[in-house]
Design a protein around this ligand. Sequence first.
Ligand code: SAM
Length: 247
Amino acid sequence: MQHPSFSVYALDPIGIVHSCYREKFGIPRQPGLATAATAFIELLPPYNRPEAVQGLDGFSHLWLQFIFHQTLAEGWRPTIRPPRLGGEARVGVFANRSTHRPNGLGLSVVKLKGIDTRDGKVIIELEGSDLLDGTPIVDIKPYLPWADAVTDAQCGFAPEPPLKRDVRFTQDAVLSCQHYESSTGRPLQTLVIQVLSQDPRPAYLHRRPGRSHGIQLWDQNIRWQANDDHFLVTDIKPVELLHESTA
Ligand code: SAM
């Protein structure tokens, strides 16, 4: 039951994310881990006014507050099993950064690449975000290192960045990356390496080496095999082609 002294607060999205991450699986678990990830925020009316971002271009990093829109309908869970603890031990919802939260709100620090206010739009370009395509943004604030960076902070059960996996490619997969990069300018091979080296598998799948997985980055479907000592990227195809060939 709701506490009588509190109101219900509605949040109005101020922008929408356009991102290289077209599905949840594969997105790094925090921002900054895959710097080749591209995304931009398109501000929505009535917030898409150039004066709303005046002065923002002097900052290198931003705080983004956003809605975990794709998991919102699943509600919140009082405890979760973080991948960091091998998917066995549980910690409280307020002791981790899980998507299943009471208000479905996420928080990320991202690098600001540029702001474009031409043609009646306000576009904010980002580097290294951990946000799904279509994510609603509810606020943007400049990052202030002298106030926000805590150099002697303790990190509980996640004291270090996740260990990185070795990522290898078949010759065909390398050629597909090169072809895609020359026709789009998008750094596909670097992004695949950065994303897969984080080991996106949920903890229970770690126990099944040799298994093949797929992730989508931009409009490409990437198939890879999880071996004990490395991950092998076996095949890269446009998403439409993949659908045609399996229809
Ligand atoms: N940095 C944020 C935070 O701490 O609040 C997000 C951390 S959360 C562990 C990161 C994961 O959220 C990603 O791996 C991705 O699977 C998921 N995610 C990203 N955008 C989402 C969205 N719009 N809806 C649901 N899940 C999302």
